[in-house]
Design a protein around this ligand. Sequence first.
Ligand code: AOF
Ligand code: ZN
Length: 347
Amino acid sequence: MNSPEKYMKRCLELARNGLPASMPNPSVGAVIVVDDCIIGEGYTAPYGGSHAEVNAINAVKDKTLLEKATLYVSLEPCSHFGKTPPCCDLIIQYKIPNVVVGILDTNIKVAGKGIQKLRESGTRVTVGVLEADCYESNKRFFTFHEKKRPYIILKWAQSQDGFIAPLVKDEIKPVWITNPISRQLVHKWRSEEQAILVGTQTAIDDNPKLNTRDWSGKNPIRLVLDQHNRIPKSSHIFDNQTQTIIFTKQEILFNQENTIFETIDFEQNTVPQILEVLYQYQIQSVLIEGGTQLLNTFLAANIWDEARVFIGKKEFKTGIKAPEVPKGNTQKHTILDDELQIISNHD
Ligand code: AOF
Ligand code: ZN
């Protein structure tokens, strides 16, 4: 591995520490090198905080070394005043002569202007090191800016014989298809995304909390479809514990500060309307947890980025049919007795 790749790998390692707290900002890693020695490192602080480059520069004890350093960074340094001043200005101020960038920023506020500003100041800039990995590290951010919609992850669990639920539910005891470890993993996944979406029937049948109680991360924003306001107000999703958005045909009076109603036209295709609302709220990623009808709607429209499907050992013989597992670039994992397939909708 040559040294730009070696240091970019380190940037990506650092960037992983910044997610999900940085969202909707991308999480970036930066490494400052002199004579093949790392003298400073940093990654993006939680949303609204300092950027990776700033943290890396602040970590360097002897600032005079910066005048002969190379800064490696997994995303183009910003050139705009957002919640923080431009990273480019700081790089120029400290006279860092070389900058190696993983990938360009597609946020229109930056989009090449960072590179241009650095080059105009005389900084030597290289772009495109481990570009695909840098894209992957901020897939939610890039999807949001490029497609004007959140990154969409479909998730469901199905029985060995292809059912998402039995026909008749036990009122007292929930029927689990997957083992407790898989279920904990789902709570980790919930903590990694900004929002979680379920359909009306799932909200009524399962009365889900849609939180991360089996994991230590933050709760996602809950999104629920409820065209005719059929979901009982005593349901967990109306418990005001987490910000909740209800997509409905007609808004109703409901005085809970954490519950917002968004009216959409159910006579029209709902998918683009939902995505438009999420874009307005700057929600960059959503985990869609069912039910079958909602998952099938996104699959049929081919508007999804990843599907995560658990296949449990249980057989139901009859029940509610799971969506057809989509074809695509598939990774298979085993979690105790469960099989997990992760399918990417991209090459
Ligand atoms: C960088 N380094 O670590 C990150 C960048 O409102 P602000 O000031 O926090 O700016 C947010 C934008 O800056 C964000 O949308 C993206 O374009 C860029 N993020 N840039 O140089 C970083 N996180
Ligand atoms: Zn910046």
